[in-house]
Design a protein around this ligand. Sequence first.
Ligand code: BLG
Length: 486
Amino acid sequence: MFAQLAFRCRCTLWLSAIGILLLLGGCAEEPSTLERVQAEGVLRVITRNSPATYFQDRNGETGFEYELVKRFADDWGLELQIETADNLDELFASLNRPNGPVLAAAGLVASDGRKQVARFSAPYLQVEPQVIYRDGQRRPTRPEDLIGKRILVLKGSSHAEQLKALKMQLPDLAYEESSAVEVVDLLRMVDEGQIDLTLVDSNELAMNQVYFPNVRVAFDFGDSQNLAWAVAPGEDTSLLDEINTFINRAHENGSLQRLKKRYYGHVDMLGYVGAYTFAKHLQQRLPRYEKDFRLAGQKQGIDWRLLAAMGYQESLWQPTATSKTGVRGLMMLTLRTAQAMGVSDRLDPKQSIAGGAKYIAQVKSQLPDSIQEPDRTWFALAAYNVGGGHLEDARKLTKAEGLDPNKWLDVQKILPRLSQKQWYSKTRYGYARGGEPVHFVRNIRRYYDILTWVTQPQLEGSQVTVNNLHVPGVNKVPQQDDMPPL
Ligand code: BLG
């Protein structure tokens, strides 16, 4: 009995000793990056302060990269801590700093050169590097055409890397790099003719084209590139594996697509011609009427940018516009509506805007309570265009189809039927060009989205304006002295 006990005690001692050794061994092994991040509960990310990556607006931190990386942090229950680098060299250096940020999310092209200093995740966006020139100048069409031009690119960018490679083949090529500017500055400098050419990625142009009426794509410079997040070099794949899983899932569940559309969808929506035409009108026409839109919006409790979007759809902000049907003015009032709204001169833009605002507020207030926002706004726009009676007819037809008469998505499917006899003959108000309000609402929503975007950060002080419009996410305009000699 005693011997047995002693044996058991010895065994326990041995097992404890082995356990302690294992524990010590375990402690001696470095925790993986992911374990370290989880233990700290904080994800430290380095990015750039730019419209395409990370910036502050009225509601706080935002930007494509910020939103994506925030979702990753949330999935892991981590607090997100953002740091910003002034330039790309600094960004990569900080990634390699001991106890520095563990991840760079900054719209980075996973270029060969950069693969020497960092490891890249699965791609989340495919972009084309593009040579940008000014409308009215001779359009370059091939790399040889870059010789003899004033070219400026971001220092440390993949574009600088591309130009360096090209210079090996074309020694006469000259270009400058600057870390004092952001992409939006490069585009502005081309737009204003301060430089001849620059190189930016297609997503950055898509985002900014609506500000710069003179900026055009000369040609795609080389193959498509992938944007990816970067981590420090090394063997440890713990964090990178989880990032890849997250990015693949974001591709599959459509969340990445939605984010892309929100930030980079303007050109998709308008087409390139539409985008720079819009930019031209934004610069030349809107400033004449912005005060009137703001005033009318305030008076009627309607977002002035929605009124401005309506004005663009109605007349491209032209006060003397006249439709085939005799509807006139910047907000396209019928004679009857104008009289009802107290508008004596439809061609007076002030009166037209005030009358249009009063009318949309009125038709909106007359909609049934069962229609909730944001649909209520879209229904009000439709009523503005086709009339409340016809809209009510379409809602009845919608209900009869088993669809929801309070949802714009459903009613817009049915509205075009108002121009088909088999349908309109059953309605109270009869024939209407039911397709028109569907286009009308769709276009206004696009313009409204863009106007909301371009007028976003109205924070006082540090924000930059381009062509008198606020550019989201840009906090500094380089002074002329900051520019490299050209
Ligand atoms: C609208 C009126 C509505 C009116 C409808 O027509 O005009 N809205 C305004 O005047 C602001 O009041 O509804 S009703 O009073 O209940 O009959 C229907 O008559 C104007 C629309 C018509 C449209 N633009 C504002 O959106 C227009 O001009 N269409 C013609 C296009 S084209 O030139 O023939 O291609």
